[in-house]
Design a protein. Structure first.
Length: 132
């Protein structure tokens, strides 16, 4: 009993720390790399309008950055779905209320890559952001 609860608590703490580390790495990468920050803003802002033109490098950086972010969100979701983390963890790892996932350019990006993710995550993610 007690040993199992301690092991479960340790697993949850380790999982949360891993998610937090990956999340921080992604945030710092954008914050500390002007080229990546520029590419991210150009690609994922809600109203791209008549702003600066994206280069091929900008596009690649923004798309790979988003793919990495989605992998992190998927990982958090699956940890919740498997009972390792509580439902509240989804609020802290961009699963809910993320404006980056609510743009036309993201919908296009997602439609071409959704097959690369776990089916449980795809169903929940598409329901959350009305991406069906």
């Amino acid at each position: 009993g007690l040993e199992l609860r301690q092991n479960t608590a340790a697993l949850r703490a380790e999982t949360r720390q891993g998610l937090a580390d990956r999340n921080a790495d992604a945030i710092y990468a954008v914050a500390e790399t002007p080229e990546l920050a520029r590419a991210w803003a150009l690609m994922w802002e809600r109203n791209r309008g008549d702003g600066p033109t994206m280069t091929m490098t900008d596009s690649a950086q923004a798309r790979w950055g988003m793919f990495g972010m989605l992998r992190s969100v998927e990982h958090a979701y699956l940890q919740v779905a498997d009972g390792v983390l509580p439902e509240s963890a989804l609020d802290g790892y961009a699963f809910r209320a993320n404006t980056n996932f609510q743009t036309p350019q993201f919908a296009e990006f997602w439609s071409l890559r959704r097959h690369r993710f776990d089916a449980r995550f795809v169903a929940a993610f598409e329901a959350e952001y009305d991406l069906n």
